[in-house]
Design a protein around this ligand. Structure first.
Ligand SMILES: CC(C)(COP(=O)(O)OP(=O)(O)OC[C@H]1O[C@@H](n2cnc3c(N)ncnc32)[C@H](O)[C@@H]1OP(=O)(O)O)[C@@H](O)C(=O)NCCC(=O)NCCS
Length: 231
């Protein structure tokens, strides 16, 4: 049996306080996630970004929960994901499993940002969720997919800007995503949009086919690094 010294008592007090602060931070984060998931009108948080006119594109975007999404639009999103990603998944440890992807994309917590042109042609989408991830409230971007004839015209970047604005407005800490390391165009795209390696990314020895990237919501206001002239 030892006698507690003043210094060890102070250390214990500090530890207790740090634990309490951490618990409070997580509880606050969870409250923000719950609140974000209950919002009825995410579009009102980013209205001016939902119209995109640039490089011969005239695009309107809308945001819906998966449960509200038109079945044909959801089917298009699944098919586009398969067209864009199947071969990339097949050449890594994940493999391609259409049913598993459909299950992920139709989870009740999924939100969709859909972009279509002025002739109602579907051009791009993002599947995202508000979630706690490693103790942080985040907007997790599960997919950003652009039709091949809509690419390199700033649309993907605009989609991410919408997500960043929504994440900022709902008090998420960052937009976080998982990217395949053998998808160099996506890697160049995310980096051009200001995303960098997240602290939660696994070390290369553990997983070298994917990495976790993120962009802090503090950067939302000054994150306007547009490569294109946009409205
Ligand atoms: C990756 C993807 C979403 C990019 O969308 P996009 O609308 O073409 O991208 P943007 O036009 O907004 O590009 C913004 C910037 O990102 C960079 N970039 C985008 N695509 C790139 C590519 N293929 N190679 C190198 N840099 C690229 C460029 O710096 C570009 O600016 P610039 O055109 O002025 O040079 C799109 O190519 C795509 O859907 N690919 C297939 C699916 C995929 O890989 N999704 C991501 C993983 S979920």
């Amino acid at each position: 049996m030892g006698k507690k010294t003043v210094s060890s008592m102070n250390k214990n007090k500090e530890k207790r306080q740090a634990r309490k602060l951490e618990q409070r931070r997580i509880a606050d984060g969870m409250a923000h996630v719950t609140k974000a998931n209950k919002l009825e009108d995410l579009a009102s948080l980013c209205k001016e970004l939902l119209v995109y006119k640039s490089n011969d594109l005239d695009v309107d975007m809308y945001i819906q929960r998966v449960t509200e999404l038109d079945k044909n639009v959801l089917q298009w999103a699944i098919d586009l994901t398969e067209r864009n990603m199947k071969s990339l998944y097949e050449t890594c440890a994940w493999g391609w499993n259409r049913d598993r992807k459909i299950e992920e994309m139709t989870d009740d917590s999924a939100w969709y940002l859909i972009a279509k042109d002025n002739k109602d042609k579907l051009l791009a989408f993002s599947h995202f969720r508000f979630d706690m991830d490693f103790g942080d409230p985040v907007l997790y971007c599960y997919e950003v997919q652009v039709e091949s004839d809509g690419r390199r015209r700033g649309l993907g970047q605009r989609v991410l800007r919408v997500l960043e604005r929504v994440a900022h407005a709902t008090r998420m800490r960052c937009v976080r995503l998982t990217a395949l390391t053998h998808n160099p165009s996506a890697s160049a795209f995310f980096r051009a949009c200001g995303y960098s390696l997240d602290d939660t990314s696994p070390p290369k020895e553990e997983a070298n086919h994917y990495e976790i990237l993120s962009k802090s919501t503090c950067m939302e206001d000054d994150g306007d690094t547009q490569p294109h002239n946009t409205t």
